[in-house]
Ligand binder design. Structure first.
Ligand SMILES: *Cc1c(COP(=O)(O)O)cnc(C)c1O
Length: 470
């Protein structure tokens, strides 16, 4: 060893020995409140980690890191930082209302209350107060669903993808399922109808062509191996021009002739007519039930505006089979989901109050003029802080419904835009990054060299001001 590296070693040893022992720190008066707040285990483990980091810093930089002057605040900061949730609330100003990556629908207050109660207390999940016996888990909301859709029975699973999987596995394992070529949907997140079929053990039989499918195409595909006839709502794309599809009513008649169930995967679906609010038409489960479809499935957290869930409604005899399939146990939902779903469905019994009580519908139906007023109000205050670096403006924009609704169905909205005065993309990206790192991150949309904050989903202006002005 050279003289130099020997000196270095002694120096390092001297620094290492200056690190206080964990025992000594734990005995200090200043640590007693931390021990009381966080408990001995977390405090000791965090100190152990901090000591490892201090030794690494000494080794790499040959000096005591400055934070070692104050172990109390080092520990406090670390505990707080690691206690921050990975599931943070954010301000969704992306312009996509039902944003799958941001958790889709914000929930109604009554649903929030119902979930909280179900968490705190024992509930009648599978307990029938009438007979004091074991009830059926989905029972509490199947009556409500039947009332709203006209169906005979209902079954609730974890999401709509699970609903499709359960239906196919129960009614058509080892059998053929007839679907139109125009409806072999991929809905993102690698959910593709043909893959789900294979996974459920079904043999997919494609009929018709991409743009046109006729009743006769279905008829010719039916044989002894056929398990069911299926329709899938092509929610996220549209085939336009020279098209033909078979409607449910015709398909039901064909199914009945051959004693085959007809199933429709609606994707989103809506329990109310969206056109009355000026929104794009969305098929309604109740119309399909009225047309005689055996089973209809749709999402709980798309246009319905409730929690993540898959809702299956339809004929008693098929629902019974789904309920008793072993997969149902694996796909069933918990009490919190049922509580939120029930409270959300209750709102649909008072349809005239939906646009105020159901947040997703309230946001989707906000008027452009109203959003603009808010943008104009915020613009002045934001310009004071951001005006040096950016050119701020309020501009008309388009929001999207999201969650696999047609990307071409857009809602007129209003945004505040930020254009970097130096014209550099880097300046804009720095702003995006800064807002992403906030305690309440602000999520906008980059487009045409600007950052757009679509204010459709901002119901509380001070939330934005607090987030980006403090
Ligand atoms: C969205 C969608 C699904 C999946 O629903 P999740 O609730 O996201 O699981 C299935 N089928 C169609 C047609 C859809 O649009």
């Amino acid at each position: 060893m050279t003289k130099h590296s020997e000196d270095m070693n002694t120096e390092l040893q001297a620094l290492y020995s200056q690190l206080p022992s964990i025992d000594r720190l734990l005995r200090e008066d200043a640590f007693q409140p931390l021990l009381a707040n966080y408990g001995a285990h977390l405090v000791t483990e965090t100190l152990r980690q901090l000591q490892i980091e201090a030794r690494e810093a000494i080794r790499d930089e040959q000096q005591m890191p400055s934070w070692c002057n104050d172990w109390v605040s080092a520990l406090q900061q670390r505990v707080l930082k690691e206690g921050v949730s990975g599931l943070k609330p954010v301000l969704n100003l992306s312009g996509t209302v039902l944003h799958t990556n941001l958790g889709r629908a914000p929930m109604a207050e009554s649903a929030i209350t119902a979930v909280t109660q179900s968490m705190r207390h024992a509930v009648t999940l599978e307990y029938d107060l009438g007979s004091a016996g074991r009830g059926h888990r989905d029972k509490c909301i199947s009556d409500l669903l039947c009332e709203l859709t006209g169906a005979e029975a209902a079954c609730i699973v974890n999401n709509n993808a699970a609903a499709v999987f359960l239906i196919l596995s129960t009614l058509a394992a080892n059998r053929e399922v007839v679907v139109s070529r125009g409806e072999l949907v991929e809905i993102g997140g690698s959910f593709r109808i043909p893959d789900v079929m294979r996974q459920a053990g079904c043999q997919l039989v494609e009929v018709g062509t991409t743009n046109r499918t006729h009743l006769n195409d279905y008829r010719q595909a039916i044989n002894e191996q056929t398990g069911l006839l299926m329709k899938v709502h092509t929610s996220n794309y549209a085939i336009q021009g020279f098209t033909a599809a078979v409607d449910e009513q015709e398909l039901v008649a064909l199914g009945q002739q051959h004693r085959l169930p007809v199933v429709t995967d609606l994707g989103s679906g809506s329990l109310i007519d969206m056109q009355q609010y000026g929104l794009p038409a969305e098929p309604m489960p109740q119309s399909l039930i009225a047309a005689g479809v055996d089973l209809v499935c749709f999402s709980g957290d798309k246009l319905l505006g409730g929690p993540q869930a898959g809702i299956i409604v339809g004929k008693h005899r098929w629902i019974e089979q789904l309920q008793s399939h072993p997969l149902k146990r694996a796909l069933r939902v918990g009490k919190m989901t049922l509580a939120a779903l029930e409270a959300t469905l209750q709102l649909y019994r008072q349809p005239d109050r939906l646009t105020t009580m159901l947040p997703s519908l309230r946001l989707l139906t906000r008027e452009q003029e109203h959003i603009k007023t808010s943008a104009v109000r915020l613009l002045t205050q934001l310009t004071e802080t951001y005006g040096a670096q950016f050119h701020l403006a309020d501009e008309a924009c388009w929001s999207q419904i999201g969650s696999g609704s047609l990307p071409i169905d857009r809602l007129p909205s209003w945004a505040i835009t930020f254009t970097p005065k130096d014209g550099k993309g880097r300046t804009l990206e720095a702003l995006v990054d800064r807002w992403r790192a906030l305690p309440v991150p602000v999520i906008g949309r980059l487009q045409d060299g600007k950052l757009w904050l679509d204010l459709r989903c901002l119901e509380n202006e001070s939330a934005l001001l607090e987030a980006i002005l403090s």
